[in-house]
Write a protein that binds this ligand. Sequence first.
Ligand SMILES: *[C@@H]1O[C@H](CO)[C@@H](O)[C@H](O)[C@H]1NC(C)=O
Ligand SMILES: *[C@@H]1O[C@H](CO)[C@@H](O)[C@H](O)[C@H]1NC(C)=O
Length: 252
Amino acid sequence: MAACWVHCSLLLLLLAFTPYSGTLKCHNGTIVKFGSGLTDQVFDWSTENTIEAEPNGICQETFLIVDVGPKSLLVGSKGSGLHNGWQENQVNNYAQRPGILAAMFTNFCEQSECNNATSDEVLVTHLRLPPSFDTSSIKCSVCLTDESFCPMNLVFCPKNTACYSSDITIKGGGVDKIFRVEGCLDATAQNIFKGEEKLGVFSVSEKRRPLTADSFSLLFAPGTSLAWVLGLGLFLTLYLTGFIISDEAISL
Ligand SMILES: *[C@@H]1O[C@H](CO)[C@@H](O)[C@H](O)[C@H]1NC(C)=O
Ligand SMILES: *[C@@H]1O[C@H](CO)[C@@H](O)[C@H](O)[C@H]1NC(C)=O
């Protein structure tokens, strides 16, 4: 009895003074980065900060890339998260090129500081990037921002895409932001994230906006563009003819 008391107390003392025994340490931090060509270049990002995993939590890192062509966005989070079926080193491609691209890397892992990627290479090398694509005669507004205002920027879209505009809210893992996303999206896709609302540690809600640029897609749609160009040509011809006639009339 006495022997056990001594042994057991010693054991308890040992356990009490072993730092973080049984708890996981995870790298912790967030990044929101706008750029151009983030789909073609690796962006270095890591954090020395660590935290203890939350109760029942494991370590996680989640990288999300959204690219609308001229502009890209990287949202990253490292910290603690709940397992919820997320795997180690998983890549999900959502929207694909041609058009808006959206993809995610998640690493939910159970060793201390295992969420240790030092760049978004883990995601960038797995993006599906077709080498080239044909342009259509549809024009759409292109924008990617966390501000409420989108500067006017119309571009000709790749073939088989349609104008897309939405507000995307990303919350969780230390991030809480609303992004305006506008561009050309695969015409068969209803949304960017295939209706998924849980992307790794992030909760995502995607709200389509009414398209102000839709008139442009109609205007430049293949069926009408020729008529429109012919109409403009006719107008210009008449205008120029009229101009020349009146010019002559004045000089007479
Ligand atoms: C990152 O974490 C994994 C899993 O714990 C480990 O195997 C690997 O050695 C770590 N890499 C670095 C650079 O620390
Ligand atoms: C990690 O750090 C961020 C700040 O960068 C913080 O907002 C977040 O709550 C922290 N904890 C976890 C578990 O991610």
